[in-house]
Design a protein around this ligand. Sequence first.
Ligand SMILES: Cc1cc2nc3c(=O)[nH]c(=O)nc-3n(C[C@H](O)[C@H](O)[C@H](O)COP(=O)(O)OP(=O)(O)OC[C@H]3O[C@@H](n4cnc5c(N)ncnc54)[C@H](O)[C@@H]3O)c2cc1C
Length: 473
Amino acid sequence: MIKNNSKYNVIIIGSGFSGITAAEMLADHNLNILLLDENIHFGGQLLRKIPEELGEYPSYKPEKIKRVGFDFIDKVKNEKITLMNKTILLGVYENNEILVEYNREKTFTLKYDMLLFATGSREKFLPFKGWTLPGVYSTGMLQVLIKSSGILPVRRMLMAGSGLFLFAAAYEYLKNGGELLGLMEQSPFLNKIKFFPQLFHQFSKFAEGGRYLSKIYFSGVPVKYRRHIIEARGEKSLEEVVVGKLDSDGELIAGSEKTYQTEALAVGYGFVPNIEAPQLAGCELEYSGEKGGWIVRVNDSLETSVDGILAAGEITGIGGAQKSLNEGKIAAYTILEKLGIGDREKGASPLKKLKRERKHHMNFVKCFNSLYRIKPKTIIGIPDDTVICRCENVDMKTIKNAVQTGMGCFDPNSLKIATRCSMGQCQGRICSPVIYDILQILCQKSAEEIGMYSVRPPLKPVSIKALKNPHNS
Ligand SMILES: Cc1cc2nc3c(=O)[nH]c(=O)nc-3n(C[C@H](O)[C@H](O)[C@H](O)COP(=O)(O)OP(=O)(O)OC[C@H]3O[C@@H](n4cnc5c(N)ncnc54)[C@H](O)[C@@H]3O)c2cc1C
């Protein structure tokens, strides 16, 4: 167990693809490294598998990229690296200090020379009437249940949303014996043609997409494009879902409604970067819709605007595992260089290649995220009685009133004070992306003009036990 005030050459926050890659590359250099993650298992969102004690997962045959990741995890466990799972980063302070909570039991202050944020992404949601009903899942949750616990929560369901991950979740669900009533993709089919110039550099992603599509089509699942969820209905839990068709501006076409009888619905609209920790550390952020929203501003060596702090993976742009792997490596090279370790000349050529590859990844990121962006008319078309902030039960009408009726709520923080929106347990992690979108549209201002929610420690809920029990070894 670590001691309070321990000092590390490098602390890595997040053990997804980027964090684990950087950790593995930094091992073997006689550095004092700490890799921490709030999850029980290392590997982040993608590298999940059924715990050994639950037995072999019958359909589990990870593809190549995942095998690389699982290999890194195994190697890291054998390296001289301090690993802390169940450890949440709560605060980042001056003098290179961070505060973490371990296992809901203790808090520690730790010090670093270099800090790497690899905090990944979370799911993005588009609220609709009835999205809080039991029986409505997120596609990410569905995948976590299948991949981490071997649980198929329901035999038959409808899936809706947008993005490649929607198809990945459908593939996983079908592969494990689920039956899909339909797959409702919000974006149009034809704009996928814009992907083709990327084919040359991103062949593996096309192969991945092809695998998902063939499973879905050969399973006889009806796939509909430009479809939008109007309402999920049910008395105590989900009973039916109303879906409508969107026109090319993202507006609902009157009379296009179709009702599906189903007890379960999974929805997902892609991912948004987890930038709260770098934001707290004072790292400059930038807004780029084509990179996935608010991201951490980095140079091509992945240094942030704060000396000694780097960022890698989804937080510099939503781009998937290959990009996170590439950035984990670049971050490791930069850290070694900054610490004056390693053979600079020897590293120059692979680093140049990695930086070149990163440019291709970033081109893909921009193309990919633009294809699946939700149109403003769809967002502003959310009915007034739809709950937007589910923790505090704040609906669309309350938000519109706060902006439009002279309360002067033209930014997220004043909206929060006036309506309690994003003030609940999740602290806006679920609703903030759509609130930023709504405010931009209602106020006719850019994301930069609207700004973001301010952050302060603790970044995530902390247990009373840990607060009472600080600084114990
Ligand atoms: C629910 C979900 C499912 C996904 N499934 C797929 C998939 O099937 N296929 C695919 O290609 N991509 C998937 N992705 C995208 C995937 O995240 C990327 O492909 C890539 O692997 C990201 O790597 P990363 O290192 O940037 O971040 P991640 O893999 O997201 O890892 C970030 C890690 O940081 C940790 N972390 C964050 N904040 C803190 C904190 N304050 N304290 C401590 N730890 C923290 C998290 O627990 C997480 O383990 C999924 C994303 C999500 C959100």
